[in-house]
Write a protein that binds this ligand. Structure first.
Ligand SMILES: Nc1nc2c(c(=O)[nH]1)N[C@H]1C(S)=C(S)[C@@H](COP(=O)(O)OP(=O)(O)OC[C@H]3O[C@@H](n4cnc5c(=O)[nH]c(N)nc54)[C@H](O)[C@@H]3O)O[C@H]1N2
Ligand SMILES: Nc1nc2c(c(=O)[nH]1)N[C@H]1C(S)=C(S)[C@@H](COP(=O)(O)OP(=O)(O)OC[C@H]3O[C@@H](n4cnc5c(=O)[nH]c(N)nc54)[C@H](O)[C@@H]3O)O[C@H]1N2
Ligand SMILES: [Mo]
Length: 765
């Protein structure tokens, strides 16, 4: 049982080209057409293997001993999406004005294929027109130099490599600000702030191998079947060893209930599946703080009983004494919190919570896993604090088979933060940068995503440079933000494919097409490799071998360097051309800036399984204010920012398994049994009846956050779905106009996209 190579489950594992790839063929014409090409096949075979190509989909770990096919359905889709043969050329833009394209769906925009040439927005014709790279760089430099540095934002979506990201952050600081928000600001910033506050580490403490040793996994608000499918191998092996998984999620996500074959629906019916979740608790949205409080209460009671009986303690008293702070206050709070309050806020019963707590107490080694279900709430940081409380009670951080494991999103989002893309200057070794590059780095706090949006709204932000992503589509309050967005002086989009953000441009706008990660990146010294960091703080080299989509593409590092060189005064310490000629020199800079983590970077980057850059909390070194791991005493029992009221629902914005964030691959959500449309609202049958609705009714959702902004999304078909009372489900990004910009995690400003207060408005027939 222990050798995972012998017992891998065909239910998610590709058996071979015929089986796995064949099943992808049913998924739509792009995938079917591209799958048959040798280029795609070759790339998939090298995906996530040492010396190969690191998937650009999720950030899940890449094992030292990979499967023959170390990719999942969604990873394959991401690769194929990049390697499409479709091209979005200047001729396409000559045929369509930007205003016309604003009516196109996200799906149709990206379906035009890869961008091929640098483009400049031409206001006279309202079209993007081709330009030369040097024109683009000098044009951008002219605008940047006319703007106040504090008024420009340098956003990054978590895909670009460590090499590109390091140069990008350096460019922003040399230009004069720390305005470096990342997609992480809409995602795991709650972790970067909330987890750091209590453990001292802004990232998870587990490594991939911990999942081979844990006895229980407490699993909060993350959906591996859709968002990190390779994790399912680890979960399945764990269950087969006897590990118990206790899930907290308002939605019964099939990927966590049973191991099913995402490629073969027929197999679902034959029952050839592993039961994954030992318990599946459909907590209310935002109910996790209360649920965790219930678990902790029960652990305390069990410890009381053990002490009374003279048996071994349930709490790890020695650990608590030596390593933690705040335990007494936390215990007082837990004991004082009543079960009735806990049941009300969590939507779960005392009996279920006690049974779950018993699993915790019976398990020697426990991992806490979480995702957007915890982070995207107004009190998300407190929910993370509560999960850490639970783990600390039995010393479950900083030993084998135990720890806390936030599952990160974009493939290099964690790494971008590691190498300096951060609006928080205290997290960046500015003194070292000052010395290395002979300049005075800005020390003032930069803008988060929410701050940047506020700045765009009030006009204080005038320029927006975007290293990937689809910011306008991903942010809250889209209907308010789009008009404000157009008032900017400059927008620069570095992208692989056309998306909505590119059409909501500033007065001057450039759309700069870049290489995708699977493509060969040829520079003066030869083909280059890049590197990324996974969810477990392991760094992996990645080599692209495919022929670039167009001869006019530049790499992301080269585009960043091109803009920087054109914008900044010459400085002998800034060797942009030499760095681009040979990326190993950029890695030398990273190693010099972060020697403890990145020493011998070039030598280590292709180590199988990646090299570990370390994590203090994993070693029980707590880089918190107190120098200890901190118990926290939550101020609320629900993570929701707006309470319950008659007629009010809390909307969860969901991802389907046929999308990667704002990139919509298709209109299927197969793992939830939903097909054909994304313009739907999910509601449970009892709530449907109470609201006088029937399946198939078309309704609007309107904002109910209590401010005076009108928020609505129309034309949604009602679909009955298994959800707790009082909540609704809908898709991200379609629902984003309903999320108020001010509705975010209190500590980190991560938008609270999982508990959005709305009402249902019936559409008059
Ligand atoms: N195929 C694919 N892969 C992806 C992505 C993608 O869009 N498509 N996106 C990538 C990115 S950037 C990210 S950040 C990750 C996101 O991956 P996840 O963290 O899994 O994010 P979501 O799918 O948004 O939501 C996770 C789960 O939270 C549950 N949930 C909602 N509210 C609550 C709550 O209050 N409490 C609890 N306990 N659960 C709740 C939802 O039902 C859902 O199952 O995936 C990455 N991987
Ligand atoms: N309501 C709601 N809102 C959310 C969320 C939610 O759950 N609910 N989730 C949030 C989360 S977790 C995140 S991370 C954000 C995502 O926000 P972003 O990261 O900004 O958005 P993406 O959809 O990932 O960006 C897709 C675009 O990136 C470009 N792209 C793709 N590959 C590359 C590449 O290799 N290089 C470059 N330069 N460009 C590339 C393509 O043009 C593509 O259109 O959205 C957030 N918004
Ligand atoms: Mo994310």
């Amino acid at each position: 049982m222990s050798d995972k190579h012998d017992n891998y489950d065909e239910s998610i594992q590709y058996e071979g080209p015929a089986g796995g790839w064949g099943s992808l063929k049913g998924m739509g014409k792009v995938f079917a057409r591209e799958l048959s090409t040798p280029a795609v096949a070759e790339t998939l075979m090298r995906q996530n293997k040492a010396g190969g190509y690191m998937c650009s989909s999720c950030a899940w770990g890449k094992p030292a001993h990979p499967y023959p096919f170390e990719f999942c359905e969604n990873g394959a889709k991401a690769t194929i999406w990049d390697l499409t043969r479709d091209r979005c050329t200047p001729e396409f833009f000559a045929e369509h004005t930007v205003t016309e394209l604003l009516d196109w769906a996200d799906y149709d925009l990206e379906m035009q294929g890869r961008l091929t040439e640098p483009l400049r927005y031409d206001p006279a014709s309202d079209k993007y027109v081709a330009c030369r790279w040097d024109e683009a760089f000098t044009g951008i430099a002219r605008e940047l130099n006319a703007l106040a540095p504090k008024s420009v934002v340098f956003y990054a979506s978590g895909k670009a490599s460590l090499e590109a990201s390091y140069l990008y952050a350096l460019f922003a600081r040399l230009y004069g600000n720390n305005n470096l928000p990342d997609s992480s600001n809409m995602c795991h910033e709650t972790t970067s702030v909330g987890l750091k506050k209590v453990t001292g580490s802004p990232v998870g403490t587990c490594i991939l191998e911990d999942f081979e040793h844990c006895d229980a996994i407490f699993y909060f608000g993350q959906n591996p079947g859709t968002n990190s499918p390779r994790f399912l191998h680890g979960l399945k092996s764990a269950v087969e060893r006897g590990c118990r998984i206790v899930v907290f999620n308002p939605v019964r996500e099939q990927g966590l209930v049973r191991f099913i074959n995402p490629q073969n629906p027929a197999q679902m019916l034959t029952g050839h599946a592993t039961e994954l979740a030992h318990m599946y608790l459909q907590v209310k949205p935002g109910g996790d703080i209360a649920a965790l409080m219930g678990l902790c209460k029960r652990v305390l009671v069990a410890d009381d009983a053990a002490q009374a009986a003279g048996g071994p303690r349930v709490l790890d008293a020695a650990f608590i004494e030596q390593h933690t702070k705040g335990f007494e206050a936390f215990v007082a709070k837990a004991r004082a919190t009543g079960w009735d309050e806990i049941e009300r806020a969590s939507g779960l019963t005392r009996a279920d919570l006690e049974a779950a707590a018993d699993v915790y107490v019976e398990s020697e080694r426990v991992i806490g896993v979480y995702g957007m279900g915890l982070t995207q709430h107004v009190h998300g940081s407190q929910a993370i604090g509560m999960l850490v409380n639970l783990l600390l009670m039995r010393g479950n951080i900083g030993r084998e088979g135990a720890g806390i494991s936030p599952v990160r999103g974009h493939s290099n989002v964690q790494g971008q933060r590691t190498v300096g893309i951060s609006e928080k200057p205290e997290l960046v070794p500015l003194d070292r940068l000052a010395e290395m590059f002979d300049f005075e780095p800005p020390r003032e706090k930069g803008l988060t995503t929410v701050d940047a949006c506020e700045g765009i709204r009030d006009g204080s932000v005038q320029g927006f440079v975007s290293l990937g992503g689809n910011f306008v589509r991903a942010i809250p309050d889209r209907d308010v933000m789009e008009p404000a967005w157009r008032q900017q002086a400059l927008t620069v989009y570095i992208a692989t494919k056309l998306n909505r953000s590119h059409l909501v441009h500033g007065r001057v706008s450039y759309l700069l097409p870049c290489l995708a990660r699977p493509e060969e990146d040829m520079q003066q010294s030869g083909p280059q490799s890049v590197s990324i960091e996974d969810s477990f703080s392991h760094i992996h080299g990645s080599i692209g071998k495919r022929k670039p989509a167009s001869e006019h593409l530049l790499s992301e590092p080269a585009i960043v360097a091109g803009m920087a060189k054109a914008t900044l005064a010459a400085n002998p310490k800034l060797q942009w051309d030499a760095w681009i000629a040979d990326y190993s020199r950029i890695r030398d800079l990273i190693a010099e800036t972060y020697p403890e983590q990145f020493h011998d970077f070039n030598q280590r980057m292709f180590q199988p399984g990646g090299f570990y850059r370390g994590n203090a909390a994993h070693e029980r070194i707590w880089k918190t204010d107190s120098g200890k791991a901190e118990f926290t005493d939550p101020s609320v029992l629900s993570s929701l920012g707006v309470g319950e009221a008659p007629g009010r629902y809390h909307l969860i914005t969901l991802r389907s398994n046929d999308q990667f964030n704002t990139t919509i691959y298709g209109h299927s959500d197969r793992l939830r049994g939903l097909e054909g449309s994304r313009e739907i609202v999910l509601i449970n049958p009892a709530e449907m009846e109470r609201a006088g609705l029937e399946e198939g009714d078309v309704v609007s959702l309107v904002g109910d956050a209590g401010d005076d902004v009108q928020r609505e999304v129309n034309g949604l078909t009602v679909v009955a779905f298994n959800l707790p009372d009082g909540c609704l489900g809908g898709y991200y990004p379609e629902m984003n106009p309903l999320v108020p910009l001010w509705y975010h995690d209190q500590a980190s400003k991560t938008p609270a996209s999982k508990g959005v207060p709305v009402r249902i408005r019936r559409t008059e027939p």
